[in-house]
Ligand binder design. Structure first.
Ligand code: NAD
Length: 493
């Protein structure tokens, strides 16, 4: 079978609720597109509030049955390891399905969506047997003669509503599912309406791996109806959301109102700072990779480039040349170096933002236009903002292959500019000097600071945002803390 045939064979067009494949109760569906061609590739259920209620009910029942929560931790670990093995065993079809639906190049689907998901599942599987509490010597003096033993234990937070975006559909789903399941929670996952297909196949593999029915449910639908119904549902104990800051604000407000646990992984406008001791070639490669990886559809994309004045023209010219030389094409095309935007709507938004650059005083030195063909292509774009004007592109997240570049002469001044953003997700500094790197690390307001690299993540490394980039951290021990409640126990004797 060709990769496209493999992808088509892996398409599931129903939701998984309580271990059963279901249509929407009112039979409503919506179209799913191939962004490289604009063709419809599937029709999946548009879940209504009634379907959300059924999924949350199944997750609650599975939580209360305690089969998963009270399973021996080593047994939960084994099931998650089995799921990782199944993800790898079905890696070709999952990668092809992601490329067909999301548009990313097939090697990236293989490495990040499949390889990354297996890695995250294995790492989090290991946590199932390492969830621990602390014992305390307390000084409670009453009543006289009574002594106390106190300790904490961690218990699953309960039913998790996980809402994820379309940029890394399978990986983002696994970032939430893997720690939640390791902790003994049950999950209702809502993938993005643009990219629901790999999540449905993953849920099927989870059943095969031995995840009990109802522990992982996947509902398909849009944000306003399906997502909002999940966020409002009183049977959900925690919402774990990755997406835009605008939607995160709505979700945070609703969860605040309901006193529901919430984690928000939101947008970014991450600075890339090249100091004057850096070599131009490394800076060009680093800056181009930071913004153009995954077609710029990365929350930590290095979308603001600050270059020390002596290197500015050379670095900007180098990144512009890399952009101009990029071959656009569908994700299955072995010659393609960059694929399409995920949807026509997103392509139009990226183009609108690019079109603000010229009138506001920026100079488009590469790209600036749509790519050819019926797919949703945008040429990688570099805007020189040599006069350091307050362009829209300096402030607003584009979530596309669009870089704005500024020169600077003073390190403290550039660190101030880098921090002058409502976002604080990622930042990178490029230098060979440890003193300057450490100074930047100390000053930058960002959840992750990279030195001489950008966009690198690992399941052991906490990930999340300062400021409007979010609340909470994923990965590592932070994820386990996020999917458990801390219970204090006090025993008198
Ligand atoms: P989005 O906020 O529009 O959608 C994300 C998800 O939320 C989708 O599943 C959508 O259906 C759902 N949703 C939309 N409105 C909702 C509502 N009212 N109630 C409940 N759910 C709702 O974001 P997007 O355009 O799909 O994704 C891009 C954004 O995601 C960017 O801002 C990007 O920076 C961010 N992102 C952040 C991270 C991170 O870890 N910080 C990672 C990837 C993407």
């Amino acid at each position: 079978m060709t990769p496209i045939e493999q992808a088509r064979a892996a398409i599931r067009q129903q939701m998984l609720i309580g271990g059963e494949w279901r249509k929407a109760q009112d039979d409503a569906t919506f179209d799913v597109f191939d962004p490289a061609t604009g063709n419809v590739i599937a029709q999946v259920p548009a879940a209504s509030a009634a379907d959300v209620d059924a999924a949350v009910g199944a997750a609650r029942e599975a939580l209360q049955s305690a089969e998963w929560r009270h399973m021996l931790p080593a047994a939960r670990e084994r099931i998650l390891l089995r799921l990782a093995d199944l993800v790898e065993a079905h890696g070709e079809e999952l990668a092809a399905l992601e490329t067909l639906n999301q548009g990313k190049l097939l090697p990236w689907s293989q490495a990040i969506e499949v390889g990354g998901s297996a890695q995250w599942l294995r790492y989090m599987a290991g946590w199932a047997t390492k969830i621990e509490g602390t014992t305390f010597d307390t000084s409670i003096a009453f009543p006289p003669g009574v002594r106390y033993r106190t300790y904490t234990q961690r218990v699953p937070v309960g039913v998790v509503g996980a809402i994820v975006p379309w940029n890394f559909p399978l990986a983002m789903a696994v970032w939430k599912i893997a720690p939640a399941l390791a902790c003994g929670c049950t999950v209702v996952l809502k993938p993005a309406e643009e990219t629901p297909l790999t999540a449905l196949r993953l849920a099927e593999l989870a059943l095969e791996a031995g995840v009990p029915r109802g522990v992982l449910n996947v509902i398909t639908g849009d944000g306003e109806t399906t997502g909002a119904a999940l966020v409002r549902h009183p049977g959900v104990d925690k919402i774990a959301f990755t997406g835009s800051t605008e939607v995160g604000r709505l979700i945070g407000a609703q969860c605040g109102q309901d006193i529901r646990r919430v984690a928000l992984e939101l947008g970014g406008k991450s600075p890339v700072i090249v100091l004057d001791d850096m070599d131009v070639e490394a800076a060009v490669m680093g800056a181009a990779g930071a913004i153009f990886f995954n077609h710029g559809q990365v929350c930590t994309a290095g979308s603001r480039l600050y270059v020390a004045k002596p290197l500015y023209e050379k670095v900007v010219a180098g990144v512009a040349a890399a952009a101009e030389g990029t071959v656009l094409g569908g994700g299955f095309d072995a010659n393609a170096q960059m694929g399409p935007m995920v949807s026509a709507r997103h392509r139009d938004r990226v183009m609108q933002l690019i079109d603000t650059a010229g009138p506001e005083g920026g100079e488009v030195v590469a790209g600036g236009k749509r790519g050819e063909g019926s797919g949703y292509f945008v040429r990688p774009t570099v805007v020189a903002n040599t006069a350091n004007k307050p362009l829209t592109l300096v402030r607003e997240e584009v979530f596309g292959p669009v870089l704005v570049a500024m020169p600077f002469s003073d390190i403290n001044d550039v660190l101030r500019q880098a921090n002058d953003s409502r976002y604080g997700l990622g930042a990178s500094v490029w230098t060979h000097r440890l003193d300057r790197a450490q100074h930047a690390i100390d000053q930058l307001e960002a959840g992750t600071v990279w030195v001489n690299t950008h966009n690198m993540v690992d399941p052991a490394m906490p990930f999340g945002g300062f400021k409007a980039s979010g609340i909470g951290r994923e990965h590592g021990r932070s994820a386990i803390d996020g999917y458990t409640e801390l219970k204090s126990v006090c025993i008198a004797y």
